[in-house]
Design a protein around this ligand. Structure first.
Ligand SMILES: [Fe+2]
Ligand SMILES: [Fe+2]
Length: 282
């Protein structure tokens, strides 16, 4: 078992790779998205980002959507959100359930980022490399959380989970502006708000290793939300829309979950939200 104060490191599983992916990066992202085995998905995702160059990205190609996206393991069992029990973090099993929920979010987040790469043609090359970077960072988050869960005697798949994140991917499958508005700058931004209270609970429960891992995740997630903000604004500028007034319209059309206070104002400002946008939250 690791010491709770061990430094957070890049997982050993995320190294060398078999070159079994298409050379073109968006085709490769679609193939990795279909990978069901979490450990293989992690290795392939990190290899894809590490090896990508601008010449590998075909920004125009349009792919047919395969029948069953995303690839995922048979466990965890997916249940309606209300059927996922909340447990006290002050028992081992309850803490494992909380950590499992975060592990599941990180697994979904790999899929969300890969989906942003293959699905939407016609964006600048930097859009695709940004989302491949996000996918690689989510793969690290998933691995850190899974290894910590394993150190407690549990594994990914041990608890029922829900599929809310992927549902928003499906709803915004035909609109890249809505995707940027509602996945990174709504769902991932909610993660910025949720982190400090969860870290406080875990600190109280004595799980300093989990607190350290969540520090890494929070730092990276500020970057993911910033990427979402950047491309959302880029799309609004391209299409002549006002990003501040378009957002509530998109949130309503696609039935996005409402941000819930308390807000992590510092992280949201660092991620590029304007004061006007933060005022509208309140
Ligand atoms: Fe993450
Ligand atoms: Fe993220």
């Amino acid at each position: 078992m690791k010491s709770p104060n061990a430094p957070v490191e890049v997982a050993a599983t995320a190294q060398a790779t078999p070159s079994e992916l298409p050379r073109e990066a968006r085709a490769a992202a679609l193939q990795v998205l279909q990978q069901a085995d979490p450990a293989r998905k992690v290795v392939q995702t990190r290899a894809l980002f590490a090896g990508v160059g601008a010449a590998d990205i075909d920004t125009h190609v349009v792919f047919d959507e395969p029948a069953s996206l995303p690839g995922r393991p048979t466990l965890p069992r997916l249940v309606p959100p209300k059927a996922v029990p909340t447990r006290s973090p002050f028992t081992l099993e309850g803490r494992a359930a909380l950590l499992h929920a975060i592990t599941h979010i990180e697994f979904n987040a790999i899929n969300l980022a890969l989906d942003a790469v293959w699905r939407f043609p016609g964006m600048p090359p930097a859009y695709y490399t940004d989302w491949l970077r996000v996918a690689a960072e989510e793969a690290l988050h998933f691995t850190l959380m899974r290894e910590h869960l394993q150190s407690l005697g549990f594994d990914y798949g041990a608890f029922d989970s829900h599929d809310g994140l992927w549902l928003m991917v499906q709803r915004t499958a035909h609109d890249v502006t809505a995707r940027m508005a509602l996945v990174p700058r709504t769902l991932e931004a909610r993660g910025l708000d949720a982190s400090p209270p969860i870290q406080a609970k875990l600190r109280q429960a004595g799980d300093l290793r989990a607190v350290d891992i969540l520090d890494v995740i929070l730092r990276d997630e500020v970057g993911h939300v910033a990427i979402g903000n950047h491309w959302y604004r880029w799309l609004c500028a391209r299409d002549g829309c006002d990003p501040v007034t378009l957002y509530p319209a998109l949130a309503q059309t696609y039935d996005a979950p409402r941000p819930r206070p308390p807000f992590n104002i510092e992280a949201r400002l660092a991620a590029g939200f304007t004061l006007a946008e933060l005022d509208l939250l309140a």
